[in-house]
Design a protein around this ligand. Structure first.
Ligand SMILES: *Cc1c(COP(=O)(O)O)cnc(C)c1O
Length: 410
């Protein structure tokens, strides 16, 4: 007989977390003042704010240059263009990521090749990357999943051996550092996102950091209608688009960046508390520790159910939600299982011609076993929960333990 205090909310008891989690996005008078200043200045583009934010963010990650853009997806597209990936090239990406990591490759006319992930970091598996390299491979895009930095030493050494480009999809890794070095500076470039759920946001926005001035200049041209450094307004030397950030967004992002270090410290402290709470729980597999990481952004707190409970994940999530814990399945399907890839051999159902059509690609037999398991057994807790108070985190840990210790009865 379970004791009263272990009675589950899904069975009608009071939820353990009977309070509101911190609201996201966080903002205060810093954002309000900055937005009003931009508004009243009448300089809504080409003022000082975008430039200032780019410098601040480059410094924060430890890069020499930063080029802002409309979002994290276009940041990946410009990284592909600037590193010289061309139509028909193969680009190795992890299958556990947001669609943008792979769709940007397709948009640029190249072919995503999916590599599996490591079971205890959820980042791309260098050994599987090695297996996917062919004479057509041009680049590798590791993703720092949830802010944990991928094994860049192994990826960079493969790249060197095979003469490949590497840039990081760091869309979860604002502020993450490994051995003191910032995410996005561990390869040719790193791309970041500022959409609303991300740990710093202006609603939308993106940026690329690099130490390579040429690469930064090329990216700038792409964001700026193909204008090059010093060119006249209606001179367009290269093919570009308009990917510019507004002064309003930059003003908000500067305010968000000032708040970020303290928020990261809070998230790290609270993630460690969850780590400790979950080590006692037999039904759960926690991820590997990351002692090399000197700062970790924790965009998400992720743990995995033990294999024997994976098929109960939906019920476990319902029980966690009933306790007031906003847990979710996260990426529940490897990227290659999306129809955009499964149907690539026949072309898309809609009228838009896919760049993959007639490229002789067929993703129907792609199978990455680790990713398949993770998509079925991972549980995500969003970053704003990690900003909760000590009291809230204590209840969170209690709620997690209560549900996860009773999974056999669910
Ligand atoms: C959010 C995200 C992106 C895309 O960023 P947007 O700003 O939404 O375009 C790319 N990669 C990963 C891993 C992401 O989580």
């Amino acid at each position: 007989m379970p004791s009263t205090d272990s009675a589950l909310a899904i069975n009608g008891s009071e939820p353990t977390c009977d309070f509101d989690w911190p609201r996201w996005p966080v903002h205060d008078s810093a954002e309000e003042t900055a937005i009003l200043e931009v508004l009243r200045s009448g300089k809504w583009w080409f003022g000082e704010r975008v430039k200032a934010f780019e410098n601040e963010f480059a410094n924060f990650q430890g890069a020499k240059f930063a080029v802002s853009c409309t979002n994290g997806t276009t940041a990946i597209e410009m990284a592909l263009r600037a590193t010289g990936v061309v139509e028909g090239d193969e680009v190795i990406v992890p299958c556990y990521s947001f669609i943008a990591t792979a769709s940007a490759v397709v948009t640029m006319g190249a072919i995503p090749v999916f590599a599996d992930i490591l079971p205890d970091t959820l980042c791309i598996d260098p050994a599987d990357v090695a297996k996917e390299i062919t004479s057509r491979t041009a680049a590798i895009i590791p993703v720092h999943v949830a802010g944990r930095v991928a094994d860049m030493d192994a990826i960079n050494s493969l790249a060197k051996q095979h003469n490949l480009k590497v840039f990081e999809d760091a869309a979860h890794a604002w502020g993450s550092r490994t051995n003191g070095q910032g995410a996005g500076t561990l390869s040719q470039a790193g791309t970041f996102s500022f959409q609303e759920t991300k740990n710093m946001t202006a609603g939308e926005g993106g940026i690329l950091v690099t130490d390579d001035e040429n690469l930064a200049d090329l990216c700038r041209s792409f964001t700026h209608c193909g204008r090059t450094k010093g060119s006249a307004w209606y001179d367009h030397d290269v093919l570009g688009s308009n990917l510019r950030l507004t002064e309003f967004q930059a003003a908000i992002l500067s305010a968000q960046l000032k708040r970020l270090p303290e928020q990261i410290a809070t998230r790290e402290r609270n993630a460690a508390r969850i780590d400790a709470a979950l080590t006692e729980v037999a039904s759960v597999q926690t991820l590997a520790a990351a002692p090399e990481m000197t700062r970790r952004s924790y965009h998400i707190y992720i743990f995995r159910m033990a294999p024997e409970f994976a098929d109960k994940r939906d019920t476990i999530l319902e029980a966690l939600n009933a306790e007031g814990i906003p847990a979710s399945a996260g990426w529940y399907r490897p990227l290659y299982r999306n129809r955009v890839f499964q149907d690539a051999h026949v072309g898309p159902a809609h009228g838009i011609k896919s760049p993959l059509a007639n490229k002789n690609v067929d993703y129907r037999s792609v199978e990455c076993p680790v990713c398949e398991s993770v998509c079925n057994d991972a549980i995500w807790i969003p970053q704003y929960v990690l900003l909760g108070s000590d009291e809230q985190l204590e209840k969170l840990c209690l709620g997690l333990q209560k549900v996860l210790k009773q999974v056999a009865n669910l």
